[in-house]
Design a protein around this ligand. Sequence first.
Ligand code: DC
Length: 223
Amino acid sequence: MDDGIRIAIDGPASSGKGTVARGVAKQLGYAYIDTGAMFRAVALAAEDAGVDWHDEESVAALVADLDVGFQWSEGAVEMVVDGRAIAHRIRSERIGGGASAVARYPGVRSALLDLQRSLAQRGGVVMDGRDIGSVVLPDAELKVYLDASADTRAKRRFDEMRHRDPDVTYEAIKAEIQARDTQDLNRSQAPLVRVPDAVYVDTSNMTVEQAVEQILLAAASRI
Ligand code: DC
């Protein structure tokens, strides 16, 4: 590791991974790599191409031809697909559901794995997702499993979404998050797991700052 340790943060949808991982990266001067954005990018590209998320063969064929790159923006990776930055188009719960669907396919996961590993190679990274500690970086110096109760996660997501979409309901958001969790936990390829060597952080009753602080404490002994 030339530039610092590798911190792997996994956890269910809306557990605060992105905000917390970004905060940790900022404090340490590390890069933040959001692997969920990569699966979201594939879901968006499929939708743009008129490919059904549930058609494994067509999605895998699309990924094989897709020009997936990235650019750096304020220390974080942003996806560039076919030469176009797509960060502003991938944050909806619908694209999250599509990402969860296409993330089941081995062809999709293997196409993104090399990119994920190469981005972490030099160290000095905080990478978040579902399988970072188990598959992408099984030898990461620090692994964290970030959790929160289903109600807390649904409430956070609802508070975030209601400004963008006044018609959204708490019940619908909660159902979507639960469906995504079920799919991410039960798939055969690289499911979400809490690996035994991960530090467990339940953010249900924590502020973002407290969660960041807890991870920085764990990181301090490994740097
Ligand atoms: O973290 P997120 O909500 O942006 O992720 C969107 C979906 O992508 C998630 O429901 C499952 C999939 N995903 C995955 O399978 N593996 C990862 N490392 C990251 C995300």
